[in-house]
Design a protein around this ligand. Structure first.
Ligand code: R5P
Length: 301
């Protein structure tokens, strides 16, 4: 097996290579003056299972180099070509919300699947799609961050109450709560625009003696968690701690959360960010082994 780091992803590739006891190499990129890109893989790939590694936040600039690299690996004789993308882009546009819109989750899946044999990711945003197989025809593994989040929670927070900011977060919240033996609830969210959300406390509360822990899969503008934290404190609860799986964080998101009074913001390391505290590489490595092993029909990678 060979891990090929997509631009800026040397740390992820190095960690995976160490855990999988294989080599890794950085994908070389050259931008021509006309804006086109040349990619080069600097390690032999003939007969090897090549695993491209890199998160797909800010995906538009990353996707063409990724596809070029996958095609190059295959043309140069790789036995299999896979992708470990701890954050998988475009999953939230899973419906034609307004007439004429593209359902980009499906288009993006078609695009990646044309060049890859397998895909490993972490907690993809599954809402209207039930699983990745609904749109990805290739072999996929969706790693659940819940066990690592629960482990972090057990060792850092006393008496947590795990709270999801919306119905969709129920899937992550319920599992983390189960693993930590904690109570849980979800709030009601209405999205009015990219940066405009309303969150209401449907019932229950204020749960005296509990430490409120807001948990969501994605923190992007931070507005969802800001609105949720505000709803909790207005209901008389203590200021919450926030945990996110994917730290997309647009500029100012962290500051907005701090201004809303949250006690701490913690994320998994699917996207490199100062809030990363929960490491997922061991789970990713295990998933790569499982999926690549399976896609070589029983032969070790
Ligand atoms: C949406 O369905 C996701 O689960 C997150 O709640 C959302 O993406 C968070 O975005 P933001 O931080 O911009 O409110």
């Amino acid at each position: 097996m060979l891990i090929v780091a997509l631009p800026g992803e040397a740390r992820l590739a190095g960690r995976l290579a160490r855990l999988l006891r294989c080599g890794w190499s950085e994908l070389r990129l050259h931008r021509f003056p006309d804006g086109e890109t040349l990619v080069r893989i600097d390690a032999p790939v003939m007969g090897r299972c090549v695993v491209l590694a890199g998160s797909l936040n800010q995906p538009d600039g990353k996707t063409l180099p990724l596809l070029f690299a996958a095609d190059a690996a295959r043309e140069l004789g790789a036995s299999r070509v896979g992708l470990v993308a701890p954050y998988l882009a475009y999953m939230r546009q899973d419906h034609r919300f307004n007439a004429g819109e593209a359902v980009t989750s499906r288009s993006y899946a078609r695009l990646l699947s044309a060049s890859l044999d397998f895909l490993v990711t972490v907690d993809p945003h599954l809402h209207r799609w039930r699983n990745l197989g609904d749109i990805y025809p290739i072999r996929t593994q969706a790693v659940a961050a819940a066990p690592m989040i629960a482990r972090w929670l057990r060792s850092h927070v006393d008496h947590p109450l795990v709270i999801g900011p919306d119905q969709e977060s129920g899937q992550w919240v319920a599992e983390v709560a189960r693993l930590t033996d904690a109570p849980w609830t979800v709030l009601g969210k209405t999205r009015l625009g990219d940066r405009d959300v309303q969150v209401t406390l449907a019932d229950g509360g204020p749960w005296p003696g509990k430490t409120p822990v807001l948990l969501d899969d994605i923190i992007s503008t931070g507005q969802t968690l800001v609105a949720a934290a505000t709803a909790l404190t207005q209901a008389g609860m203590a200021a919450p701690l926030c945990i996110g799986v994917h730290a997309l964080f647009d500029s100012g998101a962290l500051q907005r959360l701090q201004d809303a009074g949250v006690t701490r913001v913690v994320t998994c390391d699917t996207i490199s960010h100062t809030s990363n505290a929960i490491r997922l590489a061991p789970l990713l490595a295990r998933a790569v082994l499982a999926v690549s092993h399976h896609s070589t029909q029983g032969k070790p990678p």
